[in-house]
Design a protein around this ligand. Structure first.
Ligand code: CMP
Length: 251
């Protein structure tokens, strides 16, 4: 039986360097030992390794709409979402923001700067209240060395993110506002929807930041899409009534 790291083998490099934003979140005392088993990255690890890993991560809670870290900061930890919704975004000098991704329970983020030793490639903030597990860089390195399968899974995750980024580039470069919003609704339904009902709590500004259009455009086009029988929306959900219509409006 392979234990991929023993406590004394984990080099935390002295006191863990955790940035002030993380310090502001309250460390929670208990981490559910079964949770990591359901995370894509770790689901094939044997129980004994999961137990060791569970002891090596920290649980922190963030309220909603709270920055977790900012683009360019030095990265020391990778995050695993235990509950809640996180947005990954980049902001221009004039304050305009583009949401690159929405991540949810079981997703990881903050791995790129640990793997490349460059600063954070984007900022992360909570959309809803979140419980996040923090994995130190030393723990991740030890894991990757001992478990090639985890490296492969990280590569799969990065490939999926690249495919999504390509889809966004196409919509931004070639699509008009109608195409971008129709594409975004279909994407949200595929990622977060259940039977074509999207129930994640997003305000029009969130949709605008995801689709790369203004909030006013989202409000106007949501109204048009509803009038044309493609969607029905309320403050709680977006319901797709006709995928065909939405698909026709995308590129
Ligand atoms: P890191 O660069 O450490 O900090 C920002 C994190 O956001 C990055 O790691 C990834 O985990 C995540 N990230 C960056 N770009 C994207 C993207 N296009 N889609 C999903 N996640 C991303």
């Amino acid at each position: 039986m392979l234990i991929f790291f023993a406590r004394k083998q984990i080099s935390f490099g002295g006191a863990p360097k955790i940035m002030p934003l993380v310090n502001r979140a309250r460390p929670s005392e208990k981490t559910d030992p079964n949770f990591l088993k359901n995370v894509f990255l770790f689901r094939d690890l044997p129980a004994v390794d999961l137990k060791t890993l569970t002891q090596a991560v920290k649980l922190v809670s963030f309220p909603k709409d709270t920055p977790i870290f900012y683009e360019g900061e030095h990265g020391e930890v990778m995050y695993i979402i235990k509950s809640g919704l996180v947005k990954i975004h980049r902001t221009a000098g004039d304050g305009r923001s583009k949401t690159l991704a929405l991540l949810r329970q079981g997703d990881i983020f903050g791995e790129m700067s640990l793997l490349t030793d460059r600063g954070r490639t984007a900022s992360a903030a909570t959309v809803t209240a979140c419980d996040l597990l923090l994995m130190d860089k030393g723990v991740l390195s030890a894991l990757l060395k001992k478990k090639p399968d985890i490296s492969f899974k990280i590569m799969q995750t990065l490939c999926e993110r690249l495919a999504h980024a390509d889809r966004q580039i196409k919509a931004l470069a070639l699509g008009n506002s109608r195409a971008r919003i129709a594409d975004m609704i279909l994407f949200l339904a595929d990622e977060f929807g259940q039977k074509d009902v999207i129930q994640i709590h997003l305000i029009h500004q969130d949709i605008a930041d995801l689709a790369g259009v203004s909030r006013e455009t989202v409000t106007k086009l949501f109204g048009e899409f509803q009038d044309e029988g493609a969607i029905k929306f309320s403050s709680k959900e977006i319901r797709i009534l006709s995928r065909e219509k939405l698909r026709k409006w995308t590129l």
